[in-house]
Design a protein around this ligand. Structure first.
Ligand code: FMN
Length: 286
């Protein structure tokens, strides 16, 4: 991750990121847009191999009518720029989009820009038109990007309170030892404590934090989704909690790399089957 690693420690960036819902009118600078474009070109596909593409929707370049059509239902104030994330339909496509798009979010954070993932509160069809979506593609989410306004708006405070944004589940509620039941202590994660902490701080839809991670043999980490079925299945092919899984995987890999730990994401037949949890993927060290 070129700029992220060069400019700012990844954990610092992860800790700094928080959803911003109120922006200054000031446009995002050209050099920052160029950095997005450069990174977008390199984010060709996610760990499941589905091709992703991104479009910068810079409202400065849209006419008034187009601009008005891109609604965010009053949740986002003043944003001049959105990143639209598009993925080709396929197994693991939500995870792939979440994984790649979170790279862009962290890149934005490292450039002192505010961001907010939007999976629900935006007019999907109008953004889809702007992103020239084809019939085999999905637009699961957009990200608002811009200069944070100094003052928090009521809408942001409201969303933060309703989503309980500042809160994260404790380690013992999300990370487990190999039996899938015994909580994993920070001191048992060895070199991976930072990578797991990066998962815990990840953003998630409604701040539900649906990821569960089980430590396997030889520093393998098995990722599972604790799905809120009713919530995750209300938008047809768009499954926001599967995006959350990709975001968590992105945080894990970036933080692991920073610690000099390399690996790949694989489907591990030996990953334990756990009641009520859907297996997503396993981090396998190289
Ligand atoms: C996949 C996804 C979809 C989201 N959709 C929305 C949304 O539609 N509207 C909104 O205001 N916030 C949305 N959020 C932001 C979350 O509410 C926020 O990340 C969470 O409450 C944690 O707060 P934080 O980002 O400040 O750490 C979404 C986040 C994710 C990861």
């Amino acid at each position: 991750m070129h700029n992220l690693e060069a400019k700012m420690d990844i954990m610092e960036t992860i800790k700094k990121r928080a959803s911003v819902r109120s922006y200054l009118q000031k446009p995002v600078e050209e050099n920052k847009l160029s950095r997005f474009k450069e990174l977008m070109e390199r984010l060709g596909e996610g760990p499941f191999g589905n091709p992703v593409r991104f479009k910068i929707l810079n409202l400065e370049s849209l006419d008034q009518k187009e601009m008005r059509s891109l609604g965010t239902y009053g949740v986002i104030k003043g944003a001049r720029c959105f990143l639209a994330g598009v993925v080709k339909e396929g197994a693991g496509c939500m995870e792939d989009l979440g994984y790649c798009m979170e790279h862009l979010v962290l890149e934005a954070t490292s450039m002192e820009l505010g961001t907010c993932w939007l999976g629900g509160t935006f007019r999907r069809s109008n953004f889809a038109r702007q992103a020239a979506l084809s019939s085999d593609e999905l637009l699961p989410a957009i990200v608002a990007v811009g200069h944070p306004a100094d003052k928090d708006t009521f809408a942001n405070r409201f969303m933060k309170v309703t989503a309980g944004s500042h809160k994260r589940k404790p380690w013992e509620a999300v990370f487990y030892s190999s039996d899938g039941k015994t909580p994993l202590g920070e001191n048992q994660a060895e070199g991976y404590a930072t990578a797991l902490e990066a998962v815990r701080l990840a953003p998630s839809a409604l701040n539900r934090q649906p990821w569960r991670v089980v430590k396997g043999k030889e520093h393998r980490y098995h990722f599972y989704l604790n799905e809120s079925f009713i919530y995750n299945r209300t938008m047809g092919k768009i499954h926001l909690q599967n995006l959350d899984m990709g975001i968590a995987m992105c945080h894990f890999s970036l933080a692991a790399h920073r610690e000099g730990l390399y690996g790949s994401w694989e489907q591990d037949k030996e990953a334990p089957r756990l009641k009520g949890l859907q297996y997503t993927a396993t981090w396998v060290p190289v």
